[in-house]
Design a protein around this ligand. Structure first.
Ligand code: PMP
Length: 399
């Protein structure tokens, strides 16, 4: 048995996981490189599902976490601590608007908090988008627009209308003065890196404002620099959401989520109405501060844009018959294939020493750490035509 197989056997004996038993066990990482249980090295274009903004074992996170756990590990929200205050203040500074931040532990929890804030408007109808992903707890799953994930758990809480993503007129028709909130991802990540038409977020803001409906932007995947600005909605001029949900990249690998509410919406949630033991944990918040400080001090927003463009230009430059085009922003990219061979591409990439992800049959998603070097991009670009050829041959053999 190989090291990876031993891990798989133990997994089957003890763990359950929506994604099935992993064929690969990772034992170590550094920057954008990871090593598996058999000593094989990979460039990591998955990054813990868009979590490891600074890559693996970044010294800034190691130091921040080590210092914090040696000083004050956990206090709960019954007490204040410096890291939670500093991270809340820092996030508001990055948003550039007055508001309030509630900390939790994941993306789904951030969405649940937004759901509850929405209920405090006194309205109960909600609008979300088809294909959208907002998490798998029951409230978040009700908003998630993917019937296959919802099916076994029906009925789900709440009165939710799902509208086609990117369709302004469908949104306008669905939102009424009974609608508490509209929730939208600036780019649909899990649905295969789907980018809406220009002006969509602006139109969503105008439509929600007209009916007194809250606009919730789910930036769990697109936020904290992933797309080349602190928050992807900042690329859409003038769009000011009422609520933004965050998680993933915020902790750089530590579990943390946040919901930020702005203006009068910030005061909807009253003390005693919501809470969680671990939310605002000082260690997770210290990691969050290290992530934000490092992105700022190392110029990583520009680097994300540059590496993203280099990847996109390189991939589209081959004109490989299996590649239609590349979509996304910054380092959240989807290689759209001309055939539904994304799982085969994922396997061929893994054989060649690259971890990539297949969120849809015809989309290969790249979401590497922001510290990805130019050389690492180029090694991937050199290997990719061969990987695509291998995927095509594997499909021909299977088929
Ligand atoms: N919202 C979005 C946009 C996401 O991409 C995800 C996770 N993929 C979630 C919410 C849920 O986050 P979590 O898995 O941390 O609960």
């Amino acid at each position: 048995m190989t090291g990876n197989q031993e891990f798989a056997a133990r997994w089957q004996g003890a763990l359950t996981n929506n994604y099935g038993t992993p064929a690969l066990a990772l034992v170590r990482g550094e920057g954008a490189q990871v090593w598996d249980a058999d000593g094989k090295q990979y460039t990591d274009f998955v990054g813990g599902i868009a979590v490891n903004a600074l890559g693996h074992a970044h010294p800034a996170i190691v130091t921040a976490v080590t210092e914090q756990i040696s000083t004050l590990g956990h206090v709960s929200n019954l007490y204040a601590s410096e890291p939670v205050l500093a991270l809340g203040e820092r996030l508001l500074q990055l948003f550039g608007r007055p508001g309030k931040v509630f900390f939790c532990n994941s993306g789904a929890e951030a969405v649940e908090a937004a759901f509850k804030i929405g209920r405090l408007t006194g309205r109960t109808h909600m609008v979300s988008t088809s294909g959208g992903f907002h998490g798998r707890t029951m409230g978040a799953l009700a908003l998630t627009g993917q019937p296959a994930k919802q099916g076994p758990f029906l009925p789900l809480p709440g009165d939710v209308t799902h509208v086609p993503y990117g369709d302004v007129e469908a949104l306008r028709a669905a939102v009424t003065e009974e609608t508490a909130f509209v929730i939208i991802e600036p780019i649909q990540g899990e649905n295969g890196v789907v980018v809406p038409p220009a002006g969509y977020l602006t139109a969503a803001r105008e439509i929600t404002r007209a009916t007194g409906t809250l606009l919730v932007l789910d930036e769990v995947q697109t936020g904290i620099g992933r797309c080349g600005q602190w928050f992807e909605h900042q690329a859409h001029e003038g769009v000011e959401p009422d609520i933004v949900t965050l998680a993933k990249g915020l902790g750089g690998g530590l579990p943390i989520g946040a919901v930020a509410a702005f203006g009068p919406v910030a005061d909807l949630l009253q003390p005693g109405q919501h809470g969680t033991t671990f939310g605002g944990n000082p260690i997770a918040c210290a990691a969050g501060l290290a992530v934000i400080d490092t992105i700022a001090s190392d110029g990583l927003l520009d680097q994300v844009k540059e590496r993203g463009e280099r990847l996109r230009g390189g991939i589209e430059g081959f004109a490989h018959p299996l590649v239609s085009h590349v979509r996304g922003a910054g380092l959240l990219l989807g290689i759209v294939l001309t055939e539904p061979l994304a799982p085969q591409v994922q396997r061929a990439a893994q054989d060649a020493g690259f971890l990539v992800n297949a969120p849809a049959p015809d989309v290969v998603r790249l979401m590497p750490p922001y510290v990805l070097s130019e050389a690492e991009v180029d090694v991937f670009l050199q290997a990719l035509p061969g990987v695509l050829d291998a995927a095509k041959s594997a499909a021909d053999v299977d088929g």
